[in-house]
Design a protein around this ligand. Sequence first.
Ligand SMILES: NC(=O)c1ccc[n+]([C@@H]2O[C@H](COP(=O)([O-])OP(=O)(O)OC[C@H]3O[C@@H](n4cnc5c(N)ncnc54)[C@H](OP(=O)(O)O)[C@@H]3O)[C@@H](O)[C@H]2O)c1
Length: 267
Amino acid sequence: MALRVFVAGGTGWAGSELSKGIAKTKGMELVGALSRKHSGKNLADILKLDSGTIPIYSDIETALMKTDFDVLVEYTKPDIAKTNVIASLNKGKNVVIGTSGLTDSDYSEIEKVAIDNNSSVLAVGNFAITVVLLQMFSEIAAKFIPNFEIIDYAHEKKVDSPSGTARELAHRLSKVQESKIYVSEKDFVGQKESRGTRLEGVQVHSIRLPGHVISVESIFGLKDEKLTLRHDSGSSAEPYVNGGLLAIQKVGTFKGLKRGLDSVMEF
Ligand SMILES: NC(=O)c1ccc[n+]([C@@H]2O[C@H](COP(=O)([O-])OP(=O)(O)OC[C@H]3O[C@@H](n4cnc5c(N)ncnc54)[C@H](OP(=O)(O)O)[C@@H]3O)[C@@H](O)[C@H]2O)c1
């Protein structure tokens, strides 16, 4: 039987590209979507898909009542993402989270709800394979270099910061080791904000400017030498599709919460 997938945000920039990918993938069926503006319409018409009716709802409660599915893909906005995820987990669905902006404490809560419902959540700050590689290379560097900071760059309209990619990277690097601080709070002079925020023991800075899409840098420093690992996204959502499809296939293979696409990749 095909895996029935519901995409919250199926009409959006990232969600529509993934929805087209799901519709083309053998063994998957796209069964519904969330969008306020397109509620009541047929996603197949909007995305020009060669399939039957794919209903669009404005809220997750209605969707859960009217459409049965196996996997929820959460690709909306940070203000509604946790509500969608928790409502779906409470109905025993598995969930793939692509939306950025959820905090570590949100993830602790989500993990608990997933375990209580014997469900699974795979949260991926960035589905692009080149970002997965940046995360892995950065973890190797952090084993050898205790001095590192993260900078994330995005367009001026991105509502959340740091980005999901930067948050996930900080989370992963913190598991290797916390980055060293050389000037203690009591010796610090000037505006504290200029040093960015500290996420799980890792310093993170966010730049929001027109002309930028999404980029992330992990910067490492040792005496007289430095290393910068940088990823730049292009302008289309295509790089996120294959990773999203893999996440949908793999989310049912474990229970509880996993973060990062490589947690389910085979090497
Ligand atoms: N993990 C990754 O690799 C990755 C890649 C790209 C983007 N992202 C993240 O994914 C999220 C979506 O990005 P995007 O660029 O696709 O945004 P977008 O183009 O604005 O799309 C958002 C989608 O969510 C729907 N939506 C938003 N708020 C909603 C609500 N309250 N109720 C129901 N539907 C709602 C929108 O429809 P309506 O406005 O009609 O409601 C639309 O379909 C962001 O957090 C972004 O940072 C992650």
